[in-house]
Design a protein around this ligand. Structure first.
Ligand code: SAH
Ligand code: DHB
Ligand code: MG
Length: 215
């Protein structure tokens, strides 16, 4: 029923429903299962299976071949994205934590995509400028430190081709999007930049997923 409640944030998913739809539409093979199961000491903060599948489908629709990710963790979203790329496609994925990057490289190799993903260790702000020789990109997926989303968004818009995608996870900032905080301001800056430069939406995934098509 399209009443006011169902359009103001009520969420109909249950663990059982989510498990069902993830199994039907976003089933893990061995490579994805390995990267989804983060080892002890690594936070389980990957995108959800349905969010990740949505990102992969968007890349496919865009005909993406050259993509940048900020925030590799252990490679789950990277595997989903690289599998969606066209022939000759390549993903550059930036990760600050060398331990995460090392585990990601193992997972990418196990998934058979190591030759199509370059994991770069360092802070996004330092590493992104080193990728500019490969620009323009078809998509940039931002999923790292939230306080720098405005910078990552600016970099993305500046280095995407027209029609390219900027995608940002955690766009509700864990419920803190409207806070008077550095990361609240940064995340709002990201939203407003994407809206000003792209055809855009904040898709109501559990965490909020900004998607913009660069004008
Ligand atoms: N995209 C991944 C999840 C990323 S979690 C997936 O869905 O599978 C966020 C990652 O960003 C963490 O691994 C964290 O170490 C990394 N990170 C934090 N600050 C960073 C920075 N300044 N630059 C690059 N990566 C950063
Ligand atoms: C965190 C980061 C993420 O990218 C995410 O999707 C969930 C949590 C975090 O830093 O806690
Ligand atoms: Mg995230």
């Amino acid at each position: 029923m399209a009443d006011s409640v169902s359009r103001t944030g009520t969420c109909y998913t249950t663990p059982g429903i989510l498990d069902y739809v993830n199994r039907v539409h976003a089933l893990h093979d061995a490579g994805l299962a390995r990267a989804f199961a983060v080892p002890e000491g690594v936070p389980a903060i990957q995108v959800g299976p349905s969010d990740g599948k949505l990102i992969a489908l968007l890349l496919r629709l865009a005909g993406a071949t050259k993509v940048v990710e900020v925030g590799t963790l252990v490679g789950y979203s990277a595997i989903l994205m690289v599998r969606a790329l066209g022939a000759g496609g390549h993903l550059w994925s930036v990760e600050f934590d060398p331990r995460h990057a090392e585990i990601a490289r193992g997972n990418l190799a196990a998934a058979g995509v190591a030759d199509r993903v370059t994991v770069l260790v360092g802070a996004g702000l330092d590493v992104l400028p080193t990728l500019e020789a490969h620009a323009p990109f078809d998509a940039v997926f931002i999923d790292a430190d939230k306080v720098n989303y405005d910078h990552y968004g600016r970099w993305a818009v500046d280095h995407l081709r027209p029609g390219g995608l900027v995608i940002g996870d955690n766009a509700y900032l864990f419920g803190e999007l409207l806070d008077d905080s550095d990361r609240g301001r940064a995340m709002r800056g990201f939203h407003e930049l994407v809206a000003a430069t792209c055809e855009s939406v904040c898709a109501p995934t559990p965490d909020g997923l900004v998607v913009g098509i660069k004008r």
